[in-house]
Design a protein around this ligand. Structure first.
Ligand SMILES: Cc1cc2nc3c(=O)[nH]c(=O)nc-3n(C[C@H](O)[C@H](O)[C@H](O)COP(=O)(O)O)c2cc1C
Length: 216
């Protein structure tokens, strides 16, 4: 291994800020909201960026970053192309995982659950709120399909711009939102010497959330 490949000596301490059971909200969505606020207050860039992991019909996983646009007790929502790789995988297997990592405050949150499509009205509303350029790009690109060159994409967008000179391009019917409704959320707080704090909320059939500490 050359020096540049060897990452074994690169390490940092994660901090002494503890995460205690007594300080946790009983409701994981409140806990998440507090941590998202903390990440934003700490200046995290793209604090709403989350890794979305899906699994195909053969059990092969894939992951990519998406931006969380909304969350509440129903779940965590994002927008994308329904015929993308993730969209096709979610059509076959609705179970997925979301992961937030906030480096600046040494925290991660891992959320597992089931994904459903948002109502068309929500997707329409969000699509219309996007900047014009983003709307044309979404409408001109069938996400995750193979393209022979960037020129092909640019031509597709130019054609759409000519067709809709007012800028009012409609939402493609295969572009829209998803919502992951959680069955578990794990909050991880990095601690010195790798003795991290981890708490997992699990949804019981009664609808209550049970909280357990996990070993790091
Ligand atoms: C910071 C960041 C934010 C992103 N946000 C989104 C998003 O909200 N929706 C989306 O479809 N792709 C988003 N992407 C692109 C995806 O990571 C991915 O390339 C794309 O969705 C295609 O994924 P797939 O082929 O696995 O379906 C984002 C990428 C980055 C790095």
């Amino acid at each position: 291994m050359t020096d540049s490949q060897d990452q074994r000596d690169k390490r940092r301490e994660y901090g002494s800020k503890p995460l205690r059971r007594i300080n946790l909200f009983e409701n994981p969505f409140e806990q998440f909201g507090q941590w998202l606020e903390d990440a934003e207050a700490a200046g995290a860039i793209d604090a709403t960026a989350m890794t979305l992991a899906t699994v195909d019909s053969q059990g092969m996983p894939s992951a990519r970053t998406v931006l969380m646009k909304h969350f509440d007790e129903q779940g965590f929502c994002w927008y994308t192309h329904y015929l993308s790789q993730k969209g096709m995988e979610l059509a076959e297997n609705t179970k997925a995982c979301l992961l937030f990592y906030w480096r600046d405050i040494s925290r991660q949150v891992s959320i597992r659950g089931t994904v459903t499509k948002l109502p068309d009205s929500d997707s329409d509303h969000y699509f219309q709120s996007r900047p014009e350029g983003s709307r044309f790009s979404a409408a001109g690109s069938r996400q995750s399909s193979e393209v022979s060159s960037r020129g092909v994409l640019e031509t597709a967008v130019d054609t759409l711009r000519k067709k809709h000179p007012s800028g009012d391009v409609p939402r493609p019917k295969n572009w829209g939102g998803y919502c992951l409704s959680p069955i578990s959320l794990e909050f991880w707080q990095g601690r010195d010497d790798r003795l991290h704090d981890r708490f997992r909320y699990q949804l019981e059939s009664s609808g209550h959330w049970v909280i357990n500490r996990l070993a790091p």
